[in-house]
Design a protein around this ligand. Structure first.
Ligand SMILES: NC(=O)C1=CN([C@@H]2O[C@H](COP(=O)(O)OP(=O)(O)OC[C@H]3O[C@@H](n4cnc5c(N)ncnc54)[C@H](O)[C@@H]3O)[C@@H](O)[C@H]2O)C=CC1
Ligand SMILES: CC(C)CC(=O)C(=O)O
Ligand SMILES: [Mg+2]
Length: 362
């Protein structure tokens, strides 16, 4: 195979919990593609989250952010866990994962929920409800209640405490993410459902107005609107009604975990987080899964599929991305399943065995 002159740099941030286990499998995939000359990348490691806090007293060391900014792409595992939660390190918008996303300007989070037909049995829904499922959730990632000020907990004169967070979006932030969703939809089914809570929240009422105004530039797009509570219900009732969904940070966070189960497991959903320069960070949508960390049972496929998204969106290597996706399909054809997607008659494997099988299938 001819070597492509890519010479791209990838910062690998394994993070915490199962992050180290799943990223190790994704790196195996990158290494095998590199060894055969399908891609030309240089990998460097960095620290983020609890691991960085333990090593350097900071969940987002300056050198990590600088290295991320200097890289063509970042591969992230997951951050956090019970050990660090009392320290509130993930609640500082300039620190940890939020700081990394904001620091790189990664406003567009693409979370494809695709059902591999081999996993129809593992979905929480009946096969006929999910067969052929292919939804793209476009989540705004650097605004909303996760970043809005003021935030905090204060003690009132009565001695009672009051906790508060602020949902905030500017019109330009909404327009920017809607354009991403519309552009993606133009290459798919040309249907976009904008999810909000415009009946109760002024912020999302404005979101809806901006979505409608922006859609005027996309006459071929069929734009619909849905309140988030109904959207959650519709996702588990009749998910195939959706093509592209666009929504804010917190609603997208919740709805994508929900959509993951339609595909069999949260261990199956990859994501790409992109900035205006096309730079990207790639990570599974799940967290550090402290309940299974260190046991070698986590599903690495979401992370491996995130590498495929990286190759497609940041490294200009779509053929290699397709090979990874085909390899994942092949291992599922072979009947290999991690515990989270296990069903009758299949062979249960651990994290490393699943990674090795994908590498072999490549
Ligand atoms: N992007 C990130 O780094 C994220 C970090 N977190 C952090 O992760 C920690 C745990 O959060 P949770 O709410 O428990 O969410 P989680 O996504 O880590 O786990 C939820 C459930 O899904 C299972 N699960 C997750 N990934 C899996 C995989 N690859 N294979 C098999 N099973 C898997 C877990 O075992 C657990 O039962 C927290 O500290 C949280 O803040 C949570 C979500 C995203
Ligand atoms: C920091 C959190 C918002 C992480 C998370 O749950 C996610 O991005 O899905
Ligand atoms: Mg989440």
């Amino acid at each position: 195979m001819s070597k492509k002159p890519l010479s791209k740099t990838i910062l690998v941030l394994a993070g915490d919990g199962i992050g180290t286990e799943i990223v190790a499998e994704a790196v195996k995939v990158l290494n095998v593609l590199q060894a055969e000359g399908a891609i030309d990348v240089t990998l460097t490691d960095g620290l983020v989250g609890g691991a960085a806090y333990d090593a350097a007293g900071d969940p987002l060391p300056e050198e990590t952010l600088e290295a991320a900014r200097a890289s063509d792409a970042v591969l992230l595992g997951a951050v956090g866990g019970p050990k660090w939660e009392p320290l509130h390190i993930s609640k500082r918008p300039e620190k940890g994962l939020l700081g990394l996303r904001a620091g790189l300007g990664l406003f567009a989070n693409l979370r494809p929920a695709i059902l591999y037909p081999q996993l129809a049995d593992a979905s929480t829904l009946k096969p006929e409800v999910v067969s052929g499922l292919d939804i793209m959730i476009v989540r705004e990632l650097t605004g909303d209640i996760y970043f809005g000020q003021p935030r905090g907990v204060e003690t009132l004169p009565s001695g009672e405490r009051r906790g508060f967070n602020t949902m905030v979006y500017t019109e330009s932030e909404v327009e920017r993410i809607c354009r991403v969703a519309f552009d993606i939809a133009m290459k798919r089914g040309k249907k976009v459902c904008s999810v909000d809570k415009a009946n109760v929240l002024e912020c999302t009422e404005m979101w809806r107005e901006v979505a409608i105004k922006t859609a005027a530039d996309y006459p071929e797009i069929q734009l619909s609107h849905m309140y988030v509570d109904n959207a959650a219900m519709q996702l588990v009732r009749a998910p195939k009604q959706f093509d592209v969904m666009v929504t804010g940070n917190i609603f997208g966070d919740i709805l994508s975990d929900c959509a993951a189960m339609l595909t069999g497991s949260i261990g199956m959903l990859p994501s790409a987080s992109l900035n205006e320069k096309g730079q990207g960070m790639y990570e599974p949508i799940h967290g550090s899964a402290p309940d299974i960390a260190g046991k070698g049972v986590a599903n690495p496929l979401a992370t491996i599929l995130s590498v495929a998204m990286m190759l497609r969106y940041s490294l200009d290597a779509a053929p290699a991305a397709e090979r990874i996706e085909a390899a994942v399909s092949k291992v599922l054809d072979q009947g290999l399943r991690t515990a989270d997607i296990m069903s009758g008659g299949m062979r249960q494997v651990g994290t490393a065995e699943m990674g090795d099988a994908v590498v072999a299938a490549l």
